[in-house]
Unconditional design. Structure first.
Length: 437
């Protein structure tokens, strides 16, 4: 996922989606061609603003119209609204023809039955499944089922650091472990500057961070048979370690508890924060006026040793997928549009614009994606990233556990203690809100 999502499901819960799958399923043949000259496309907010996205996307949509005669009506949807909008569309049957989804939502939306399955025949219409990088395909739906979407942009988390602030503090290199990050962070936290930024009110960002820390503590948040497992010792330790960056160590500014709209990136660009854990942040830094030589990028920290698999996982497999609603009135046009957007030329143009990595193998070989910053992200995706649980309840997991972390940050900001017992209590409450299996 890009521009990290705030997956606040609100009144539209996934249980409603599952019970109303028939409403979102469309016609039996998976669509029609009643409106062959138009498509509606919901794009996720990938750039520094919605206006930036429009400037990036509209010339490409005009190019598609010139090639095919099909006009694409674009709406860029903020991350804070996107999941609710999609879930409402799946229950009402009134949605776009084509849409972007956060890749972590793939299994949840797959279970709704509203999205077109990408079987072998459909993949052949866009050039074949083997065009895509395997790690990106791993976040397109539940294992053993046809994917619910195809990869569009690939990302991974890394540690971005402000070179000026590091130099002023006499720090020669970025931290590689969490202990080093805390020690370094205490040197950097002074004179109104904080060591590291978080988005404490951004539910999905919270999930991304505690999922990785959970891996490092040997926890997965779900059992192998898909049951919620939020209160294991490893899960509790992961959440506490993340919140303790503010609560115990004091290297996160208390105001970050309210951040949910990428304010930590703005703080970084303004020298208010020295580090941030983020997905492909370079384009956003540039939009804030930061020059490329003013920041560096390093692998996200691990507990000890070097990034790798299992307990040395240091990122979730982040990215954006592209789906097609089964009830589209222009199935042929939708397929042409997905083929266009995942074609080599567009993959290079769009991923360059957003500072992300093409999930299409041939496009990824372009020299533009070989910069030192992107090399860290590519290596992370290849060797030390893990996909979030591909279970139907994943979006609810983001909501209830993400909210628990948000509440714990609020308590830390208010000066109240965050203990192992209080973390466990929050996670127990979150687990009770999950559907029973």
């Amino acid at each position: 996922m890009r521009r990290v999502r705030a997956a606040a499901v609100g009144a539209v819960t996934l249980s409603l989606v599952l019970s109303a799958a028939a409403c979102g399923g469309g016609s039996d043949d998976g669509g029609s061609n009643e409106q062959p000259r138009t498509l509606t496309y919901w794009a996720s907010n990938q750039g520094a603003s919605i206006e930036v996205d429009k400037k990036v996307l509209q010339p490409e949509l005009d190019k598609f119209e010139k090639q095919t005669g099909i006009k694409v009506k674009l709406e860029v949807v903020p991350w804070s609204d996107l999941l609710n909008r999609i879930l409402t569309a799946t229950t009402s049957g009134q949605g776009p023809d084509v849409l972007n989804i956060g890749n972590t939502w793939s299994a949840s939306l797959q279970a709704s039955g509203a999205l077109l399955p990408w079987d072998e025949a459909n993949f052949q219409k866009i050039g074949g499944k083997d065009r895509f990088v395997e790690s990106a395909l791993g976040s397109t739906g539940a294992q053993g089922q046809d994917p619910a979407a195809v990869p569009l942009y690939s990302m991974a988390y890394a540690l971005y650091y402000n070179k000026k602030l590091f130099a002023e503090a006499g720090i020669a290199k970025p931290p590689a472990t969490w202990d080093e990050l805390v020690a370094t962070g205490k040197k950097l936290t002074k004179d109104g500057t904080s060591a590291i930024g978080v988005e404490g009110s951004n539910l999905s960002n919270n999930i991304h961070q505690v999922f990785v820390l959970g891996k490092q503590h040997g926890a997965d948040f779900f059992t192998p048979d898909g049951k919620a497992d939020f209160t294991s010792d490893g899960a509790v330790a992961a959440v506490k370690q993340y919140v303790d960056l503010m609560a115990e160590h004091g290297i996160v500014a208390k105001g970050n508890a309210e951040y949910a709209q990428n304010q930590s990136l703005s703080d970084f660009a303004k020298d208010k924060t020295a580090m941030v854990l983020w997905q492909t942040a370079s384009a956003t830094f540039a939009a804030h006026g930061m020059k490329e030589d003013e920041w560096g990028v390093a692998p996200a920290p691990v507990q000890s040793g070097a990034p790798g698999q299992g307990k040395n996982t240091n990122s979730m497999v982040a990215g954006i997928n592209m789906g097609v609603f089964k009830n589209t009135k222009n199935i042929d046009g939708a397929m042409k549009f997905v083929k266009f957007m995942t074609g080599d030329e567009e993959q290079k143009i769009l991923n360059k614009a957003y500072g992300s990595i093409p999930p299409v193998k041939s496009a990824q070989q372009d020299p533009a994606f070989g910069s030192p910053a992107l090399a860290v992200l590519r290596e992370t995706l290849a060797s030390s990233a893990a996909a979030l649980p591909q279970v139907p309840e994943e979006s609810q997991f983001e909501t209830v556990v993400g909210t628990a972390v948000k509440e714990l940050f609020a308590e830390a900001a208010a000066g109240r203690p965050v203990t192992t017992e209080s973390v466990r209590a929050k996670l127990e409450k979150a687990q009770q809100q999950m559907p029973k299996k």
